[in-house]
Design a protein around this ligand. Structure first.
Ligand code: C2O
Ligand code: CU
Ligand code: CU
Length: 489
């Protein structure tokens, strides 16, 4: 039974997400979700489990994967690229021939891509044409407080809001998504997600694949009913339908040459374990941009909201070859080598050095878990549910800190992903040992499996104000697993 009083105390949680809470409870108590074998990717203790009895997905590889439309600025005035994006309902066919109502940026189930350049500001005005509240957060963005998409600063239906993104950060694959507190999980689930790519000159000089050979792939899962409608709330383990750029298990025609793929895990609550048959992937970047050097990977593990970039060279494969990208749960997408094309691109042996880490002067502990003592699960950080009126950490600008992040849900086997707004961090160690290959580079989100401890180091460089950090399993943040830091002078 739901305890409404407790729910309301969480601050802004709605009836819709109240049902989402029941969902969580069933996840927490799903022993299958807790007992997966430790994988060789380094994350331990959790493997997505396919559920029998779910609606069978459409036959795989029947539809082509679209590349999300790239926006051109509405106008460029004094060096600022200006965009307008409606947040609007739309009818899309997640199953061919079965239109269903979703929530979109600009009418597409995967929103349009914004391509920004380092040092060149972007201004986006969103108008909320939905009948629920919404706001927009640029995930991985280094932005002033007013444009961060604070969970409590939302657009009511009919309202607009303008966000300024200075892009004073290096090239990286970011994404934008809804963050209205208590609604973030269902709004993102119903389609409020899109890619935002920052490019810089140094990166462009490297000669990596560009243009049509630089392709964002937004991955997510869903539970579909027989009519192709999205089921929400749903248990994470029944979200057995995998989509790439909004299409269920598509194919994607490629030329026999190198491609750069920017993989974004936009699932509200999932970890992908990706392999390409026996073919190795060349990882070149993680959340915050390029790695120091390319890394050969046979498997990539991507928790909710993490990104990775890979180069795949199809030139060794004859025309007609089909290569399937698999998750541990089944196929995700098939690359069909269909034609030849010239390939002037290259993957240099050195990409971009990581800056030296300044010495840390502050250490903090962050415990993420569920409080199951009441009649209803509450997500807590250091024992407390999110309270927008409370500042959990007060941080002096310019300081470098080490945060020890613990998943204290080992007993119930629930994984979390930790995400910090505003700054990129670096993973120092995991469970006292070295970080995994998936922890490499500049990160803003890190997977923390049941019972795991991850230490990260971060420097708070310049912006002042209040920002959140939270579990990026959005069902969890909606239930309170979020806290607030304030950067002060
Ligand atoms: Cu991707 Cu606070 O979010
Ligand atoms: Cu974020
Ligand atoms: Cu969580």
């Amino acid at each position: 039974m739901l305890d409404r009083r407790r729910l309301l105390k969480l601050g802004g949680i709605t009836a819709g997400s109240a049902v989402g809470g029941a969902v969580l409870l069933s996840t927490a108590h799903n022993p299958a979700a807790a007992s997966g074998p430790a994988g060789h990717g380094g994350h331990t203790g959790y493997v997505p489990v396919a559920v029998t009895g779910a609606v069978p997905p459409a036959s795989p590889f029947t539809r082509r994967m679209p590349v999300p439309r790239e926006l051109t600025p509405k106008r460029t005035r004094s060096g600022v690229d200006t965009y307008r994006i409606p947040i609007q309902p739309a009818d899309v066919e997640l199953l061919a021939g079965h239109p269903t109502r979703v929530r979109t940026y600009g009418g597409r189930f995967t929103g349009p891509t914004i391509r920004a350049r380092t040092g060149r500001p972007v201004r986006v005005t969103f108008t909320n044409q939905l009948d629920v509240a919404s706001n927009v957060h640029l995930h991985g963005g280094h932005v002033p407080q007013d444009s961060d998409g604070n969970p409590m600063v939302v657009m009511a239906p009919g309202e607009s809001r303008t966000y300024d993104y200075p892009n004073r950060q290096q090239g990286a694959t970011l994404w934008y998504h809804d963050h209205a507190h208590g609604l973030e999980s269902e709004n993102v689930y119903f389609g409020l997600h899109g890619c935002y790519i920052v490019e810089d000159d140094a990166e462009r000089g490297l000669g990596l694949p560009t243009g049509p050979y630089d392709v964002p792939i937004m991955l997510r899962d869903a539970q579909l009913d027989q009519n192709g409608g999205l089921v929400f709330p749903s248990t994470p383990s029944s979200r057995t339908t995998i989509m790439a750029n909004g299409v269920v298990t598509p194919y994607f025609p490629v030329a026999a040459r190198k491609y750069r793929f920017r993989l974004v895990n936009a699932a509200v609550e999932r970890i992908f374990r990706l392999t390409l048959g026996g073919t190795e992937l060349t990882q070149i970047a993680s959340d915050g941009g390029l790695l120091p050097a390319p890394v050969r990977r046979s498997e990539i593990v991507l928790g909710s909201a993490e990104r990775t970039e890979v180069v795949i060279d199809f030139s060794g494969h004859p025309i007609g070859t089909q290569l399937v990208l698999y998750d541990v749960s089944g196929p995700v997408l098939r690359f069909d080598v269909t034609h030849h094309a010239p390939d002037p691109s290259r993957v240099p042996a050195l990409l971009r050095p990581l800056p030296a880490l300044p010495a840390a002067t502050v250490e903090r502990d962050v415990s993420m878990k569920f409080d199951l003592s009441g009649s209803y699960p509450v997500g807590v950080v250091n024992g407390q549910a999110y309270d927008p009126n409370r500042v959990d950490f007060r941080i002096t600008r310019g300081t470098t800190e080490i945060w020890r992040i613990r998943n204290d849900d080992g007993a119930i086997g629930v994984p979390h992903t930790f995400h910090m707004h505003l700054e990129q961090f670096r993973v120092l160690d995991r469970n006292g040992g070295p970080p995994t290959p998936d922890d490499a580079g500049r990160k803003d989100t890190v997977f923390v499996g049941p019972g795991e401890t991850v230490r990260v180091q971060v420097t708070f460089t310049d912006y002042l104000g209040k920002y959140v950090f939270h579990c990026h399993y959005l069902d969890h943040s909606a239930l309170g697993m979020m806290a607030q830091m304030e950067i002060v002078e």
